[in-house]
Design a protein around this ligand. Sequence first.
Ligand SMILES: Cc1cc2nc3c(=O)[nH]c(=O)nc-3n(C[C@H](O)[C@H](O)[C@H](O)COP(=O)(O)OP(=O)(O)OC[C@H]3O[C@@H](n4cnc5c(N)ncnc54)[C@H](O)[C@@H]3O)c2cc1C
Length: 344
Amino acid sequence: MEIQENISLAPFNSFGIDVKARFYTKIHTVEELTEVCRAKKKWPLFILGGGSNMLLTKDIDAHVIHLRNKGISVVQDTDSYSIVEVAGGENWHELVLWSIENNLSGIENLALIPGSVGAAPIQNIGAYGVELKDSFVSCKVFDLSSNQEKVFSKEACEFAYRSSIFKTSAKGQYMIWSIQLKLFKPPHTLKTQYGDLSKTIEALYPNTPNFGLSELAHAVIHIRSLKLPDPKKLGNSGSFFKNPILDKKSFEAFILAWPEAPFYELGGDQYKVPAGWLIEKTGLKGRREGAVGVHSKQALVLVNYGGGSGQEVISLAKKVMDKVFKKFHITLEPEVNIIPEQQL
Ligand SMILES: Cc1cc2nc3c(=O)[nH]c(=O)nc-3n(C[C@H](O)[C@H](O)[C@H](O)COP(=O)(O)OP(=O)(O)OC[C@H]3O[C@@H](n4cnc5c(N)ncnc54)[C@H](O)[C@@H]3O)c2cc1C
């Protein structure tokens, strides 16, 4: 195990922000994690996965531990489903491809979401009508202060829209070492109706009797590749803000003023409004401010054209929030983890 000092984290975060880590170590085994936890007294630990959901705003005065453990195994197999255990250091999209190759359904709509498997529960990743929680069984974690192993059931994870206990009350306390998912064998129930997915499927696969997991994932990949900038070419963290959820009273006032606004009815008198649409209406879509900007194809994504700092992104995010509030009286909340934590 090599402990490096003062290394740049630019290659390890999808925004491409160049800050330094005081210490940096790749973790492949429980023994390595134990060793790092023992040495922790001096330096706080900070967990890095794929770096695709964080905005680094200054040098990290901590020991950055980069989870790199590997392994996918079937731990229970029945006629209708398999329970699969996956190491936190695996790549999420690779896992989706593995599930399709093995004809197991449940996570195909989550294709091409960047990042690690271990980070997937943190914000209960979701896309195209599916969330991690829909197939999640449990996760094995290590308490970073005691190094004790613990298992969190689905209920204990307190999953919600882009949230879990690991992003709220237990933030930074546990390393998610592995997760278990319940994935289904054929005949599969496919979710094809969300947003522009059904239209894309119609266009890409007209009259396809054998339409299945692979085609569905391909349609998702197709839409995502058209809409979202590739972080390898243009620094970003995907959706910078959550889609605001309005109660009935606020929603009725909103839709009266903006009858053309798109929305999703969530049930329980709650309505989700696309933050991208709100931002677009403020005229900020495509706005560039120095090295950072609001993406020209998807206003929900803030981008780093190269050499931008975390603070520049913060200033732009504040401007976006301010304009949205002035126009709609709706407060946007960041989805991205701002490191170190700060209130916008
Ligand atoms: C182009 C693009 C598109 C995206 N699209 C989507 C989308 O459709 N839906 C969606 O939900 N998200 C999306 N995201 C966000 C991101 O991909 C997910 O949130 C992903 O799960 C982050 O994984 P990561 O390994 O990169 O996490 P990181 O950015 O490395 O970490 C995120 C947070 O989790 C903590 N963390 C990381 N790993 C662990 C661990 N093993 N144990 C405990 N804590 C940990 C970190 O300390 C940090 O606070 C997108 C991002 C990009 C760049």
